[in-house]
Design a binder for this molecule. Structure first.
Ligand code: SF4
Ligand code: SF4
Length: 383
């Protein structure tokens, strides 16, 4: 199976000209700007999921976005950078995120931050799950899209990288609704892969200079991975990133979905990786592995349901509030698509029967008080 190459290089600092030189080299190696023509308006789909200073590793770092803006502008394109976060899809909310996450670097580099907060409806009959979905309208006003994600651990999907980043094209608080619509992680992963198939960005860049480990995608801790990765194929980019972090295809539902569709070669060694990626392997990266894909494998027979219950109890992860860190803001209660959270004496209480383990509460808790709890057996197995 002939695959698009993935180019990887070491980069250890967020200095715009340093990042620009590394990016230019990587993009050149895979002819990554082949589709970019002078006069084009290029939309950069960043990861701006929540307000976080650049050093928190919540968002794509502004130095990476600024470096890419400069390269595109030198090629004669104009650039707009955008994303929809996990809150309201409105100018005040997004402008706050732009400000906190250092996006003035984008405008300093000659790019523009998106100011269009319209929505549109996509029809995608050939999709496996997402045959129609809502999306952020700013993307319609771009001639082409480049996807620039942040390498992060993720409560539900294990890895947030190129493919998962494109779920951010669904507007703001509609995202939890999609979790509810697709409670089975395999269906949810298929939906995300559909969205990636719909947009088909011409290039994918992963900011792994400082990744996020642990309680991701918004409350983990920075991990200095020291890597930039570039490819025209998001699944292969995710596969190589997973390999760097010590994760397998079976750990990541979006990679499993890609495998089911024949988007991945059977063997990692069949992927063309340009660069000394092995020297960038993570040492002690704190992962969240959620064995939900196993949990939902069989539900149509009594034996399958029993097996699922036992595996859920033994291996399943669940959201748990850390009372000492909770400020009782009710954000988790409002965001929970399954209505599984009620506030009791100022603390959220989760109805485990209702909970679909989407981890929206963990993702959107502004204080990081909602944690992913793993059973001791799960920790042992995942180790
Ligand atoms: S969102 Fe976080 S801080 Fe707010 S009530 Fe829920 S757990 Fe507590
Ligand atoms: S309690 Fe949290 S994990 Fe469970 S359904 Fe609600 S938002 Fe999702």
């Amino acid at each position: 199976m002939k695959t698009e190459p993935v180019a990887v290089a070491s980069c250890r600092e967020y200095e715009v000209q340093t990042v620009k030189a590394v990016l230019a080299d990587l993009i050149g190696k895979i002819d990554g700007f082949a589709a970019i023509r002078p006069g084009m308006r290029v939309g950069i789909k960043a990861n701006l999921v929540a307000a976080g200073k650049p050093e928190t590793a919540i968002t794509t770092h502004p130095a990476v976005l600024a470096a890419l803006c400069e390269l595109l502008i030198e090629r004669g394109a104009s650039v707009v950078v955008g994303d929809s976060a996990g809150g309201p899809w409105t100018a005040p909310y997004m402008n706050h995120i732009y400000s906190v996450s250092g996006m003035e670097a984008v405008t300093a580099a000659g790019g523009e931050m998106n100011g269009d907060f319209s929505e549109a409806e996509a029809s995608f009959p050939e999709a496996v799950q997402a045959k129609s979905f809502r999306y952020t309208g700013w993307l319609d006003r771009c001639d082409t899209i480049i996807n620039v994600c942040k390498v992060k651990s993720h409560g539900m999907m294990a890895l947030s990288n190129a493919v998962k980043n494109l779920f951010g094209t669904v507007p703001g608080i509609l995202k939890p609704e999609y979790h509810y619509r697709y409670p089975n992680p395999n269906d949810f992963a298929d939906m995300i892969v559909d969205i990636a198939d719909y947009w088909k960005p011409v290039l994918h860049i992963a900011d792994g200079i400082v990744a996020m480990q642990g309680n991701g995608p918004t409350r983990g801790t920075p991990y200095p991975l020291g890597a930039l990765l570039v490819s025209k194929n998001p699944h292969l980019l995710d596969r190589v990133t997973a390999e760097l972090l010590g994760l397998s295809v079976d750990d990541i539902p979006t990679l499993q979905a890609a495998k089911r569709r024949g988007y991945l070669p059977d063997r990692f060694s069949d992927i063309t990786v340009i660069g000394d990626w092995e020297s960038l392997r993570a040492d002690r990266f704190e992962r969240i592995l959620n064995r939900n894909s196993t949990l939902f494998a069989e539900t149509d027979t009594a034996w399958g349901r029993l097996k699922r219950r036992v595996i859920t109890a033994a291996l399943g992860s669940k959201p748990v509030v850390k009372r000492a860190e909770c400020v009782g803001c009710r954000q988790c209660e409002k965001i929970c698509p399954a209505k599984a959270i009620t506030m009791q004496k100022g603390i959220p209480v989760i109805d485990r029967k209702q909970c679909i383990r989407c981890f929206c509460c963990q993702e959107f808790c502004p204080k990081g008080a909602m944690k992913v709890h793993r059973s001791p057996i799960a920790k042992l197995v995942n180790h």
